[in-house]
Design a binder for this molecule. Sequence first.
Ligand SMILES: Cc1ncc(COP(=O)(O)O)c(C=O)c1O
Length: 368
Amino acid sequence: MCEKMMYENELKAIVKASRFRERKIYDNSLIDFASNDYLGLSEKKQLLKRAYERVNMFPTHAPKASLMVNGYHEIHYEFEEFLCRQNGFEAAHVVGSGFLANLSLIEALPRKADVLLMDEEYHASGILASKLLSCEVCFFKHNDAEALEKLLQSKKYKRAIVAVEGIYSMSGDVLNRDIFDVVDRYNTVLIVDEAHSSGVIGKNLLGVFDLYDISPKENYIKMGTLGKAYGSYGAYILSSNHIRDFLQNRAKALIYATAPSLFDIALAHQGMLYIFKHKTRLHQEFLARIDLIQELFCKEISGLIFPYYVQNSQEVLLLQKQLQKEGFLVGAIRPPTVNVAMLRIIPRLNVDFEVTKNFFNKLKEMTF
Ligand SMILES: Cc1ncc(COP(=O)(O)O)c(C=O)c1O
């Protein structure tokens, strides 16, 4: 009975460092400034109903097999066609999740004689996948086009693959536009993870390509997730036909996984149609929140992630608790996920603007 559990020491160390993570079911009455449901689509019941009706039109409602066996379904196909039309890419590929999409891209594209150049703040799924590679992997200074260029000049490689994010998930930084120029000059493959930018930035809310008005090219890849702004679950990869064909034949996470859930894809499709229809109003509501944060905190945010840095992990947990008592839910992000503990605050568009304003004033009162 008093035998030591196998991971007891490791767990104790995590607790001691205030880094213990746990799952909680939060009270629904809390005002949600913590989730990635940027536009509030997760609460739109008419989208749920339409997606259900669409799936219910078919004799089967489960994907049943890998996309490359017989799991590919009309619901996947129509969504992919829609994505291509909206974003101007030649080809699309649905994926079970963003984590799997990064695993697919990063594990498959860099081959032995290639080099992978990844922003040092790239998502954990990409970093994990990079550990599977036999080619050289370099991390460049966050969002620094010059640092990237220097690496490209100093390395010998057959192909270079650059991996960046549209909006970085923790710092909220928007991708430096100059990185596109460097990528073009050196003719590299470019992977842009748009998990936090697609559905949020750009005048059509399509992400960073839309924001900078950049047209897709043969070697550009856009990866997007469906579990954030689109209020569903899953992901997609947009690329040229030949990169799509290559992934389909080499990316183990695409080949050896069950096809994405039909319902989740149908729901994301409805979410995208909704955003397209309401894009002008949504963009205005987005800008109003950007202005509010600028006005109250003199901080320019690019997407809907407001990182509020604090002293340490203990303080961030305390602040989160105090805000919860006031009826607000925010994320408390601690090392090792980030270097400096921070509240991750998402001013979601479906929270009333006045309530959002009150919340930020309360935060100011508590911390200034
Ligand atoms: C930048 C980024 N990429 C990929 C992912 C993984 O996406 P998913 O949650 O769909 O697996 C996340 C977070 O979830 C993310 O923040």
